[in-house]
Write a protein that binds this ligand. Structure first.
Ligand code: PBG
Length: 325
């Protein structure tokens, strides 16, 4: 059989034919909406580098979480933006710290209707913008940071998080968090490990989103974008330490990593379609250079095709509403 008998175009002749043979789809239940909740805001504040995304007030966050639940999203991932930041990120631990308050609000709003997730990291809370506490020399101190993460996990679990998402790339973070949760009776609180997280230029707009002014860069703890195999080591460690879900981040430039992680583990794999990936599409669409809706659909589809079971995306609610139409 060769050309003449074999014509792949036959399966592309009509929309119905294409629909029939489509291999992948984007399910609303698999989408997770990341949200920023800022302390002391009276009006939602637009994030200039992420058109369409805001820093929420407590009130607008509650509404957005309720809408996400009505749309049938898989979950929300909450980030807190504290009014005051300090060297140790103490706002992350306080019961009335903005993130813990936002978790409580979300649970009060939707109960168990979707999965309430919380980012477990210090960069939103520290004045130097690093994901951990610093030692005398100004280096990020891995083991001292783990102690803070354990306390942060407990604060988030107490606030009602269904799933905590350690994203600081400290060695041993998943194990320490799992033991802390279990030790306090939170055996059902699950851990979404940002397992293979790269030091990416595409996090740029996120800094504005969480009002962070990072000093230096994150290359001593986040992975080098040159490394693919290393992701499998990171993922294997996190699974061994008790991760319930592992995540690859960013998504678009790392779809090969998503695919190899999917093949290597049997836990659910998430991928985070991050701020810069969002902003690139929005900026090009605003200039009329690409078809926005088609580009969003193709982005999400590509991440699913690579093997992600769960996709975190700032388009989650919009896309779900589009599918429902
Ligand atoms: C760390 C964290 C970051 C993002 C999610 N969690 C920033 C970083 O590691 O530099 C980025 C998300 C995005 O860019 O959309 N708390």
């Amino acid at each position: 059989m060769g050309f003449g008998e074999v014509r792949p175009r036959r399966l592309r002749t009509t929309p119905a034919m294409r629909r029939l043979v489509s291999e992948t789809s984007v399910e609303v239940r698999s989408l997770v909406l990341p949200m920023f909740v800022a302390e002391g805001l009276t009006e939602p504040r637009p994030i200039a580098s992420m058109p369409g995304v805001v820093q929420h007030t407590r009130d607008s966050a509650r509404k957005a979480v309720a809408e996400a639940a009505e749309l049938g999203l898989g979950g929300v991932m909450l980030f807190g933006v504290p009014e005051r930041k300090d060297a140790t990120g103490s706002g992350a631990l306080a019961e009335d710290g903005i993130l813990n308050v936002a978790i409580r609000d979300a649970r009060a709003e939707v109960g168990d209707a979707l999965v309430v997730m919380s980012d477990l990291c210090l960069d939103e809370f520290t004045d130097h913008g690093h994901c951990g506490v610093l030692d005398q020399q100004g280096r990020v101190d891995n083991d001292a940071t783990l102690e803070v993460y354990a306390a942060m996990a407990l604060a988030q679990a107490q606030a009602g998080a269904h799933m905590v998402g350690p994203s600081g790339m400290m060695d041993g973070q998943v194990g320490v968090i799992r033991r802390a949760l279990d030790g306090a009776g939170f055996t059902d609180t699950s851990v979404l490990a940002y397992a293979a997280k790269y030091a990416s230029a595409f996090y740029g707009p996120f800094r504005e989103a969480v009002s962070s002014s990072l000093q230096g860069d994150r290359r001593t703890y986040q992975q080098d974008p040159a490394n693919g195999r290393e992701a499998l080591r990171e993922v294997a460690l996190d699974v061994a330490e008790g991760a319930d879900v592992v995540m690859v981040k960013p998504a678009m430039g790392f779809l090969d990593v998503v695919a190899s992680v999917r093949a290597a583990v049997d836990v659910p794999v998430a991928a985070y379609n991050i701020s810069g990936e969002y902003s690139m599409v929005e900026a090009a669409a605003a200039k009329g250079w690409i078809d926005r809706d088609a580009a969003i659909a193709e982005t999400l589809l590509s991440i699913r095709r690579a093997g992600a079971d769960i996709v975190l995306t700032y388009w989650a609610s919009e896309y779900a509403a589009r599918l429902a139409r």
